[in-house]
Design a binder for this molecule. Structure first.
Ligand SMILES: Cc1ncc(COP(=O)(O)O)c(C=O)c1O
Length: 402
């Protein structure tokens, strides 16, 4: 007799970003020249100064369980970082170190949500938020944002959304954003904070792309709006993106001691501490940063400018110029509505592009937004050039198909 799966797990679908990557890898393994824009991770190696710290931790036999919430020197290094970069004071007991920012978000949701509490998720969203909310047995409430507003949550729309959803308790805010590259200004965050304070909403502020901002954009944490807002915010951040450490698995949450302590209980019985060697390496990553981190940012910036310029050359395509992170999210809805190749939706657009031109993108549907596709420009200039040409050739085919 087959064991019936839980209702909870049946709400969870496989990650769409991984699905497209797997298909692209399959094609690559079959010998095809695929350009994969699907992956959300830096293509750089972890900087040497960080790797050396990890070697040292192994040589020093720093290989046992650590404190569940993270080794004291790492929690101190995170407090120092929050003060240095964000002007925020935290004590180590307000920091939970987790195996990735992804885990931090789930721990916090588990600590604050009861069944059917509502969690507001701006759309387009990062793929994992809705599933994490459902795992916590809470209900996602989707708040649409628009390309013409730079995909920004507007304070009045948020206010209306909260009034319409009386059990709303949490807002998940992501700046710089995946998939749009939106970076909120201080003023916009002040306006959002005012609404959250009025309605007593907790903000989970996902700042994992903090270091990757371009042109005049500056990263600002909503927690820095006021001491009261700091009490209504859990900052989530980590080392995956800025330090090219995706496989090391370390993120953290910083927030009110009570929430952090209970999120830590969740972690204690789910995964326990982060790998001890990674923790030692991260102390050095944060405290002794060298020039390699800024060099990676500058390289991403170059690629962003290149890809944006190439994409907007295509007729009938419009695009918000990303201000941060390493994604670009063009609007291809004209091509869905006006093609004679039988493409009816964005998923079909992406699978035709992959099959015919060997370019992997993630369909906007994965982020809750039809008519858009996501490119990750964490890829070599050579691949960006090749991929942009193939993409343009596909659009031309769609325009010309009779
Ligand atoms: C918006 C956002 N938050 C969190 C994460 C997870 O980061 P981590 O590798 O620290 O789990 C990602 C990774 O893709 C992301 O894009």
């Amino acid at each position: 007799m087959a064991i019936k799966l839980s209702n909870r797990i049946q709400l969870i679908k496989p990650s769409p970003t991984l699905a497209i990557s797997n298909k692209a890898t399959e094609m690559k393994n079959a010998g095809l020249d695929v350009v994969n824009f699907g992956v959300g991770e830096p293509d750089f190696n972890t900087p040497d100064y960080i790797k050396q710290a990890a070697h040292k931790a192994i040589d020093d036999n720093f290989t046992r369980y650590t404190a569940n919430a993270g080794i004291p020197e790492l929690r101190k290094a995170i407090c120092a970082k929050l003060e240095r970069d964000n002007g925020l004071k935290y004590e180590p007991k307000q920091i939970l170190v987790s195996p990735g920012a992804k885990a931090s978000i789930l721990d916090v949701l588990m600590a604050v949500c009861d069944a059917h509490d509502q969690v507001i998720i701006p759309v387009p969203y990062w793929v994992s938020y809705p599933y994490q909310v459902k795992l916590a047995e809470a209900d996602p409430v989707y708040l649409t944002t628009y390309q013409e507003d730079g995909f920004r949550v507007k304070a009045d729309a948020l206010d209306k959304c909260i009034k319409e959803n009386p059990t709303a308790k949490v807002l998940i805010l992501n700046s710089p954003s995946n998939p749009t590259g939106t970076v909120y200004t201080k003023k916009e965050l002040e306006e959002i904070a005012e609404v959250c304070l009025k309605h007593d909403i907790l903000v989970i502020s996902d700042e994992i792309y903090e270091r990757l901002v371009y042109d005049d954009s500056k990263h600002y944490s909503i927690a820095a709006v006021s001491p009261e807002m700091q009490e209504h915010t859990v900052i989530v951040n980590g080392v995956s993106k800025a330090y090219a450490m995706t496989g090391w698995r370390l993120g953290y949450a910083a927030g009110p001691a009570n929430i952090i302590s209970y999120a830590g209980r969740m972690q204690e019985h789910a995964t326990s501490c982060v790998n001890s060697i990674t923790q030692k390496a991260c102390v050095v990553a944060l405290n002794d940063e060298d020039a390699s981190i800024e060099e990676m940012r500058q390289e991403f910036d170059k690629r962003r400018n290149f890809l944006y310029t190439e994409l907007v050359k295509n007729p009938h395509l419009s695009c918000f110029k990303p201000e941060g992170a390493f994604y670009i999210f063009p609007n291809i809805s004209w091509y869905i509505k006006n093609n004679n190749m039988g493409i009816r939706n964005t998923d079909e657009f992406c699978s035709q592009l992959l099959e015919r031109h060997h370019v992997a993108l993630v369909s906007g549907g994965a982020f809750g937004t039809e008519g858009f596709v996501r490119f990750s420009y964490a890829n070599s200039m050579e691949n960006l050039t090749k991929g942009a040409q193939r993409f343009a050739a596909f659009l031309q085919e769609l325009r010309e198909a009779k």
